[in-house]
Ligand binder design. Structure first.
Ligand code: PNS
Length: 167
């Protein structure tokens, strides 16, 4: 198979922070597509918990043994980035019906902008369906247990941040 025939998918997101739900989707995607580019939105919000550099470091560490998972950052329109990467598929995870409306709008807007780009939805394992980056941040900040919900490196970095704040 030549490079132009290989099926490249993009899995875009904020990943602030990466959760085990994201990891599950990336692993599933990496088994279906020849390669999957995890595309971290660089300017996620004014004050992300993890900087762009930290989010790249975390993702690259978690997927260091998966040769067909690449981690990059992007700015601007996702469709432009996909074109630049010669990817024809966007992967998004669908956890529950509540995700559907936002995902449906994004998928159709992206299709309007670039009709050749297809969005493929994947479901994470059931035990991850209630996890979101927002809830992880909230629960951790309020002293709740998050182990098993995020990769160990995320938990470690969250604890480091917490320690640094207390100083
Ligand atoms: O993890 P998130 O926050 O749900 O990811 C959202 C993301 C990064 C996929 C979306 O905000 C995005 O694609 N942003 C890039 C700008 C863009 O293309 N906007 C139009 C999308 S229809």
């Amino acid at each position: 198979m030549t490079d132009s025939e290989s099926r490249v998918a993009i899995y875009p997101g904020s990943f602030d922070p990466l959760t085990n739900g994201h990891v599950d989707i990336i692993e599933r995607g990496s088994r279906i597509f020849d390669s999957i580019i995890v595309a971290i939105l660089a300017n996620v919000e004014k004050t992300p918990l993890f900087s762009e550099k930290e989010r790249i470091e975390i993702l690259r560490d978690v997927f260091k043994d998966r040769a067909n998972v690449k981690v990059e950052t992007f700015n601007g329109l996702l469709v432009d980035y996909a074109k630049q990467k010669e990817a024809h598929v966007i992967v998004r995870g669908l956890r529950a019906v509540s995700d559907f409306e936002y995902e449906f709008q994004m998928a159709l807007m992206n299709r309007h902008l670039e009709p050749t780009l297809e969005t493929v939805f994947m479901m994470p394992a059931e035990q991850y369906t209630y996890i979101s980056s927002r809830l992880i941040k909230e629960v951790f900040t309020l002293g709740g247990e998050i182990s098993g919900l995020v990769p160990p490196i995320v938990e470690k970095k969250l604890r480091e941040k917490q320690k640094a704040r207390k100083k």
